[in-house]
Design a protein around this ligand. Structure first.
Ligand SMILES: Cc1cc2nc3c(=O)[nH]c(=O)nc-3n(C[C@H](O)[C@H](O)[C@H](O)COP(=O)(O)OP(=O)(O)OC[C@H]3O[C@@H](n4cnc5c(N)ncnc54)[C@H](O)[C@@H]3O)c2cc1C
Length: 427
């Protein structure tokens, strides 16, 4: 992978980007294209590229580049674009704090603790995985329990196998991808167990990673105990009832030496909380307006730190928006304020951005709570008339719904609150 050139850190930058994954790198180039002259990207890893570096499977880039790429190929395209700009990329460096004057405190192996003044800041810290501790699985604490992403890093970056016979808890995309990856590396995958009655990964991953490799997916089933003293020896699995309570009389043991936990990602927002940004309890990310600006002037957010994305292509789209607005901010050319507040309603867990303008075109990302077929998305003023409705063939919690809103669609509406529901279609 091409690496950015060494950095001579300046005392001040127009835009400082925290995180050098696809979101951070795309935001940095967009900021410069929009007029920011000096741009710095800081990443704590030794190499830029973020989580994509370990995702060696294909499935990236169809929307962004019109081609199917692997994760490292996608990262490489983005890094090449950074190299065509005049952007400083400081790796092996950790952002500790951003104060109310947008002074960034960072710790790097190159320069120790440094303070950098930023005209604007883009937060792009990505997400981390939930661990066994997040769901308190009973049992012993033997070796052999990994998050799916850690196992992916071991196999794909370090050439290490986590075990010989694995069980996967949770049907998130990383677990599904690892079921296939481990099988290809000669590890037996004894099954994927999902507590919900529906899978939590993309349908294409269920087909390509499980069905194509004859790996079983047991829905409404969970691990109730992990056994083993030094190393995992087996797990007990049991179906759950409608209240998600295990039905112990139907419990059974599955022999394995490895458990991969794939139960979702959490936006990496310790820094945002330290900065006292307004947060959304549903996304666990900062609240943002249509410019991807957080509740702090001149501080923008994009990518998995704002909400968990299903495809990196949408991360890029959001990052280009956040980055260009950071560039406009330092040039004093921000768009007019939003006049619409979006409120998640029936079967919608969140909408990002949280506010939009009736004057501009927007893409709003939504997630639903429960799967539906033949449904309707409706946008309406609470206690008032519908503003816009759209038929959807299906919705699924694992797949983001992308709603393109053009000014013409909202011309009857002049601002205020709009509620978003996704409900079964009336026949
Ligand atoms: C295992 C896995 C498989 C995936 N498979 C697919 C797929 O098949 N197709 C697809 O389109 N998408 C896939 N994705 C999703 C895609 O990889 C992500 O959407 C994308 O990488 C998110 O980009 P990001 O820049 O927001 O975060 P990341 O890529 O996580 O980058 C965040 C960066 O911020 C850095 N950072 C965090 N905090 C700090 C700090 N305080 N200081 C300095 N640096 C910091 C981190 O080191 C990291 O490099 C997958 C994701 C995972 C985890």
């Amino acid at each position: 992978m091409i690496t950015p050139k060494p950095v001579h850190l300046r005392r001040s930058y127009d835009v400082v980007v925290v995180g050098g994954g696809p979101a951070g790198l795309e935001a940095a180039t967009a900021a410069q294209d929009a007029g920011a002259e000096r741009v710095l990207v800081v990443d704590r890893e030794k190499e830029a590229g973020g989580i994509l570096r370990q995702c060696i499977h294909t499935g990236f880039g169809l929307h962004r580049f019109g081609e199917e790429l692997t994760g490292p190929e996608y990262a490489q395209r983005v890094i090449e674009n950074v190299l065509e700009h005049d952007i400083d990329v400081l790796t092996d460096a950790y952002v500790l704090d951003v104060d109310s004057h947008r002074q960034v405190k960072l710790l790097s192996t190159q320069a120790g603790v440094s303070l950098v003044d930023a005209g604007a800041v883009v937060l792009a810290m990505g997400a981390r995985e939930r661990t066994r501790a997040s769901i308190s699985i009973p049992g012993t604490r033997p070796a052999g329990i990994y998050t799916a992403g850690l196992a992916q890093r071991m196999v794909n970056l370090y050439g290490l196998l986590p075990g010989r016979r694995a069980v996967i808890l949770g049907s998130g995309d990383i677990g599904l991808i690892m079921a296939r990856r481990l099988t290809l590396e000669g590890v037996e995958v004894a099954g994927v167990f999902e507590i919900m009655s529906h899978a939590n990964g993309l349908n294409r991953n269920i087909v390509q990673c499980l069905h194509d490799f004859d790996i079983s997916l047991s829905l409404s089933t969970t691990i109730v105990e992990i056994h083993g003293r030094d190393r995992v020896e087996k797990v007990t699995v049991a179906p759950v009832d409608s209240q998600l309570r295990p039905i112990m009389r139907q419990a059974r043991d599955v022999v394995c030496d490895t458990v991969l936990v794939s139960i979702g990602l959490i936006p990496e927002n310790e820094l945002s909380q330290q900065m006292r940004l307004r947060m959304d309890l549903a996304t666990r990310g900062p609240i943002v307006n249509s410019a991807m600006e957080t509740s702090r002037d001149g501080v923008f957010g994009c990518g998995n730190v704002v909400h968990i994305h299903d495809l990196v292509d949408f991360v890029s789209a959001e990052a280009l928006l956040a980055g260009s607005n950071a560039g406009y901010f330092v040039r004093g050319r921000m768009p007019a304020p939003d006049n619409v507040q979006l409120q998640p309603g029936e079967n919608v867990s969140y909408c990002v951005p949280h506010t939009i303008s009736t004057e501009r075109e927007h893409t709003v990302y939504l997630r639903v709570r429960t799967p539906l077929e033949a449904c309707t998305l409706r946008l309406y003023e609470p206690n008032n008339s519908f503003v816009y409705t759209k038929k959807l063939r299906y919705v699924f919690p694992a797949e983001m719904v992308n709603l393109k809103l053009r000014p013409a669609l909202l011309e009857q509406f002049h601002g205020g609150k709009l509620q978003v529901d996704i409900v079964p279609r009336e026949v």
